[in-house]
Ligand binder design. Sequence first.
Ligand SMILES: Cc1cc2nc3c(=O)[nH]c(=O)nc-3n(C[C@H](O)[C@H](O)[C@H](O)COP(=O)(O)O)c2cc1C
Length: 202
Amino acid sequence: MDNAVKVLGIFGSPRREGNTDVLLTEALKGAGGEGAHVEGIHLCDFKITPCTECLSCFKDGVCVIPDDMQGIYPRLLEANIVIFASPIFFYGITGWAKAMVDRCQALWSRRYVLHDPGLGGEGNKRKGFFISVGGTKGQRMFEGAVLTVKYFFDAFNTEYAGDLLFRGVDACGDIRKNPEALPQAFAAGKRLVSDLRSTGGV
Ligand SMILES: Cc1cc2nc3c(=O)[nH]c(=O)nc-3n(C[C@H](O)[C@H](O)[C@H](O)COP(=O)(O)O)c2cc1C
């Protein structure tokens, strides 16, 4: 199991059995079926204070806020693949998800201020994948969220490897009515693991 690919699934919606919840669960099943070691965390179970912009992390890359985010940093850094799911809330990710992303300023600082090699070099990037759902059909609905997630991944040396984005899905669990959605999520999880293995990433 030591050489197993580690996959971290981050559930960013507060709604259990909701649309992104269902999709990420499928993606993690796909990854697990490929032999990956899979962990899922629901951000709404964690107490994550928003970043206070004290910039203490610029000195040593460590966030001084003593809350549940301290348990998430090592999970992000140990993962080979991070699958992040958030619905669209006001053209962005949820507040739960944004609090976690902003606290990754400590990792950004390690990478770009302190040039800490512990985050991994160019040849050793993690893979990141984004899953999102929005209730309406706005053409530009995912633009803000995708940009945020790209820079979130980049903060801890993670390549944006792709996404699954669904418009026009609003009520809890309605994503199940789309016959292609769950198989696509399962396949994405499976492919992320097999692609990483085939490129010698793990
Ligand atoms: C606070 C809030 C803000 C929302 N903002 C948007 C929005 O800007 N655009 C949109 O298309 N849907 C918006 N929605 C709808 C959700 O994206 C939609 O219900 C989605 O399916 C929820 O996914 P979940 O079941 O994974 O939580 C919003 C919902 C809430 C509760």
